[in-house]
Design a protein around this ligand. Sequence first.
Ligand code: NAD
Ligand code: UDP
Length: 323
Amino acid sequence: MGLGAARKTALVTGAAGFLGSHLVDRLLDEGYEVVGIDNLMTGDLGNLERAGRDPHFHFQMGDVRQSIHVYAELVFNFACPASPVHYQSDPHATLTTSVLGALRLVEMARGRRCTIVHASTSEVYGDPTVHPQPESYWGNVNPIGERSCYDEGKRCAETLLNDARRAWGVDVRIARIFNTYGPRMAFDDGRVVSNFIVQALREKPLTLFGDGKQTRSFCFVKDLIEGIVALARPEPIEGPVNLGNPEEFTIRELAEEVLRLLGSDLEIIHAPLPADDPRQRKPDITRARELLGFSPRIGLRDGLRATVVDFQARLAERSPKGR
Ligand code: NAD
Ligand code: UDP
């Protein structure tokens, strides 16, 4: 699993975000010199507290839509708002970050010894008609809906990166990441895991959108980062690789699990299902298992427990009563 002992440079875009910051910590542990770029659209410098104490970490405030002047042997492209609430708040920024961010990295990497590991998403499958979703499925995506800035931006970035590999031999790796959760998710991020945990800790009713029968498969961040690091192995990997935990839950089951964990009997209230909300989602991880030995180990209950502990600590820091 190791990335090698020599101190090479890794660039992480979106370094101050949820996933980017965990990746930065992991790369520092692996012995990399790490440069992090972020414009703080949704990120938080607090996520980089540990990295900030490491002399091998260097932060640059910057926007991936501009030229990137960092040279790194390994690039992890994680810059992009990821929660529907955030990415729909500025659709133009979301789409241009995906597409121009990928373009700038190709410009940087072209003609150099450089591997780009790109954070794509299960959203490229849209509201899937094939279940579970293998990488060979082309998806069912609305090109002009409220989610399109994200879904189509990510699809276009995949196209751009694959063309760069075919035309110029740029070494690109594409991770199609399925719903991932864990410590450091933003309180106001609007994704279901953070919403339910914050609501439960604040003793507010849990907001279930639609009938709650829609499904997602939730991967704990530590497992996901293992997959990302494995994907950055020295030998090239062509084509996208699904990374996620195939254990599938309805959103109602998730709400009940959060309440069970906290010993709470709070009310679950219903709100309308957002437009184009996928009915089901579950990764087929055969390819990741075979190529990378990827095998998520942390089940929903343990992962949620660790996430709740982190949220409790951060909420307590914000207010002495932890509310
Ligand atoms: P996040 O919002 O916590 O992190 C995204 C980071 O990118 C933030 O720090 C933000 O400030 C930064 N950013 C946004 N636009 C930028 C720009 N133009 N220039 C520089 N920085 C910019 O989200 P996350 O959950 O950590 O997601 C990270 C990546 O993983 C995203 O590309 C996302 O699409 C992908 N992903 C995440 C999940 C998940 O479940 N968490 C699932 C699929 C894909
Ligand atoms: N959801 C919900 N209550 C919330 C937030 C989200 O019921 O407070 C639902 C949402 O409609 C979707 C699922 O939970 O069906 C996952 O939503 P999230 O935004 O976390 O991720 P995505 O839809 O991008 O997979």
